[in-house]
Design a protein around this ligand. Structure first.
Ligand code: ATP
Ligand code: MG
Length: 428
């Protein structure tokens, strides 16, 4: 295959049955957040470039990593690098009543150097709660993320927590930080030495050792919160403690986009390599709706990385939990040469069972091989004897119990009896 017909670097295909874990994760997420009143929202995968420029002109995500281009109508558009901007754009466009709670799942695009847990097209699970500044809502959002990880089988998650202040206390802190960093300018990494004034806060989470060393002695936003921000943060901490949720204060946690205010948080998957162990993160963005032209509206949300979450699930050995109950129930093996393959399969599917069959009149041996490979729990066998007698052979494909014969009319009931109650993915 020529190289232009292969998938682009930093992208991947998810094939059956690897996709079962994806499906399980999605179901698990939907169930978790819908139980708290979040409804599914769908927005376009691309938007006018301006939508994303508003959320972070001084950030790498917007400056360096965005897939933007002029379309055939001459519009400058961009593939979304994150979800929040689109959800906020939709909120402003449709002005639903607040509080407005939505969830979404989909692709994001960033031109990054591909490596384990870092791709150019990746997927996020996201919630956004728009229209309330109540710190109890911060607790709800943070706790939902953890509840989802637990349901998905990721147990080793560290919650990192910080407050970035608001438009009252942040500007003064920014000046204080800038003055400190200017004093230590020669010690910063090259990039930040050159572009310090654009966004001094970004230096705080720069991963280069030079910056990290300078940052150790830098003033911390947490020590410079205004009274309302300090009270808000105290209430968030008290709420987490009331729920028995452990957290680590990380004063360097500023996150990748400009729009965050007050509470910011990140979930670190401790089973993963530290460079790519952020399995998700989020925070308040009380100024974003207004800055995008909407009414002054506080909001909070998070975005979780699907690929990294699945890597964490795998690292903790929990994949089976996500894929459980997702395979076929039965596989029909028909070598009588009549209509049983067609009609029995249709009847099983009609009864709500997950059924597949062989085609092309294959040999019994080949059909049994397919049945084994299909992952089905049971094979239903119709040979010449069964066809003549109006019966079906029922064989357990997982154990080694003998094949038993049942009447054609009894077969659905027999299959149901053998399968037991349905398995619900992601429930504990
Ligand atoms: P990092 O610091 O690892 O680059 P980020 O701060 O850029 O992460 P966010 O913008 O907060 O990430 O996105 C939320 C989540 O999406 C991350 O915690 C991570 O799980 C996932 N994510 C971000 N970028 C990528 C990527 N290029 N490939 C895969 N997952 C990603
Ligand atoms: Mg990043």
């Amino acid at each position: 295959m020529s190289s232009e017909l292969r998938r682009p670097p930093g992208t991947f295909d998810v094939l059956p049955t690897d996709s079962a874990a994806w499906e399980g994760l999605l179901v698990c997420f939907a169930r978790t957040v819908e139980s708290a009143g979040y409804g599914l929202i769908l927005t376009p995968t691309f938007e006018d470039l301006a939508v994303f420029q508003r959320v972070g002109e001084a950030t790498d995500i917007v400056r360096k990593e965005m897939y933007d281009f002029e379309d055939k109508g001459g519009r400058h558009v961009a593939l979304r690098p994150e979800m929040t901007a689109s959800v906020v754009r939709a909120f402003i466009e449709h002005h639903p009543p607040v509080p407005w709670k939505s969830w979404s799942a989909g692709s994001n695009f960033r031109f990054e150097r591909p490596q384990a847990g870092r791709y150019r097209e990746f997927h996020q699970l996201d919630i956004e709660a728009i229209g309330s500044a109540d710190p109890d809502l911060d607790v709800e959002v943070i706790a939902l993320g953890l509840e989802f990880y637990a349901a998905a089988g990721v147990t080793r998650v560290e919650l990192l927590l910080n407050s970035l202040g608001d438009s009252t206390c942040r500007p003064a802190y920014r000046e204080l930080l800038l003055a400190y960093l200017e004093e230590h300018r020669s010690g910063l990494c090259e990039d930040h030495r050159a572009r310090l004034e654009d966004n001094p806060l970004r230096v705080l989470d720069c991963k280069k050792p030079a910056c990290q060393k300078v940052v150790k002695g830098a003033p911390r936003q947490l020590d410079h919160l205004c009274e309302p921000c300090a009270a808000h943060f105290a209430r968030v901490r008290a709420g987490l403690e009331a729920l028995g949720i452990d957290y680590t204060i990380d004063t360097r946690l500023v996150r990748g986009l400009d729009y965050y205010t007050r509470t910011t948080f990140e979930y670190a998957g401790l089973a993963l390599e530290s460079a790519q162990n952020a399995v998700g993160g989020g925070g308040r963005y009380d100024g974003l709706v207004a800055s995008m032209g909407g009414p002054d509206t506080p909001a909070i949300g998070f975005a979780l990385g699907v690929e990294r979450t699945l890597l964490a699930v795998e690292a903790e050995g929990g994949t089976a939990r996500l894929t459980g109950g997702r395979g076929l129930d039965v596989f029909v093996v028909d070598f009588a040469g009549g209509d049983a393959g067609r009609d029995l399969t249709a009847a099983l599917r009609g009864a709500g069972l997950r059924a597949d069959r062989a085609y092309d009149g294959r040999s019994p041996k080949a059909q049994f091989r397919l049945a084994d490979r299909s992952g089905a729990r049971l094979a239903l066998v119709v040979g010449p004897d069964e066809a003549a007698a109006g019966t079906v052979g029922v064989k357990d494909l997982l154990g080694d119990a003998e094949q038993v014969t049942v009447d054609r009319d009894e077969v659905v009931a027999e299959v149901r009896r053998r399968l037991g109650p349905p398995v619900r993915t992601g429930s504990s």
